[in-house]
Design a protein around this ligand. Structure first.
Ligand code: NAP
Length: 278
């Protein structure tokens, strides 16, 4: 439906933002649920972030998604943070309430919901997980896996200091693995997760020998362009169950949409197909 003058407003702030699938995804839900609302791409330079947020709040926006490079700036700007944003030290969803900015992070939720929907029989407690990568997205994945009850989380990153920093922040179940030892660390796994940008279109594939990986281990990749990354193609070919990364993006959008537009939206095949047809 075409938004009226009283439409509920939200959007995504990023720089650049034209690659973002969020306007398409939220636009599909607005249409599906017949909501008088609009969700806009908002290209905002880093230096303009605070002024832009304040101006948009003054213009009546109910909230925002925040993508690169603004997630840490949003964390610093918000008046209050939910537990997930505090643990991940980044905000990807802002809800405006009586002029106050409430910062949330729904990436861990999105990752966990994607695994639940993509492989309902998988149980975190059944064994160790190996996480490749220790960048911004890895923090959300670590938070999700610990909440799900993974008993041991091996973390391997090219720059080992970043993996060590993750282990220091999240403690307990995390065990830093040398990047050169990543293939051997596949032995006995219950889950293998790629959070590096390797395998992304235009990047080299992840170089990982899967010989030690048990055939029943679930393999997931948070890279979703292409949907079937070289890692997922190889895992599928050797018979491992896999979950692609698109669902993480779709599920992380649910809490924001519900807060701004008042409807709990559904992630289904129609939405996936629509987003993929961009
Ligand atoms: P980031 O903070 O830049 O981290 C990039 C990670 O990739 C780091 O661990 C980095 O290792 C590693 N890496 C990059 N090039 C490498 C190479 N040549 N060899 C080995 N490791 C390499 O990025 P991010 O925000 O975490 O995002 C990572 C990926 O996840 C991106 O492709 C992004 O599109 C995807 N993502 C998907 C979702 C979703 O909803 N599905 C959400 C967020 C992100 P170093 O520390 O050594 O540099």
């Amino acid at each position: 439906m075409i938004p009226s003058g009283a439409a509920k407003l939200a959007g995504v702030l990023g720089w650049p933002v034209e690659h973002s699938l969020s306007p398409r995804l939220h636009g599909h839900w607005l249409e599906r649920y017949g909501i008088d609302g609009a969700y806009l791409p908002l290209p905002v330079r880093p230096a303009d972030f605070t002024a832009a947020v304040k101006g948009l709040v003054a213009a009546g926006f109910r909230g925002f998604n925040v993508t690169l490079p603004h997630k840490e700036a949003a964390y610093a700007l918000c008046d209050a943070l939910d537990d997930s944003a505090r643990r991940i030290a980044a905000v990807n969803t802002i809800v405006v309430e009586e002029g106050r900015l409430l910062g949330r992070n729904s990436d861990a939720f999105g990752f966990a919901e994607n695994l639940r929907a993509g492989c309902p029989t998988w149980r975190a407690a059944a064994g160790p997980a190996l996480l490749l990568g220790a960048g911004g997205a890895a923090r959300a994945v670590v938070a999700a896996l610990l909440d799900l009850g993974v008993p041991e989380l091996r973390v391997a990153n090219r720059t080992e200091a970043r993996a060590a920093s993750l282990a220091e922040t999240f403690g307990g179940a995390l065990r830093v693995v040398d990047w050169q030892e990543r293939a051997a660390a596949c032995a006995g796994l219950n889950l293998l997760v790629n959070t590096t940008s390797l395998g992304l279109a235009g990047q080299p594939p992840l170089d990982l020998d899967l010989a030690a990986l048990p055939p029943e281990t679930l393999v997931t990749d948070i890279v979703y362009k292409p949907l079937q990354t070289p890692l997922l193609v190889e895992a599928t070919a050797r018979g491992n169950p896999t979950v692609d990364g698109l669902g993480m993006l779709l599920h992380q959008a649910r809490p924001g949409f519900e807060a701004w537009f008042g409807v709990a939206p559904e992630v289904d095949e129609t939405l996936r197909a629509f987003v993929l047809s961009a």
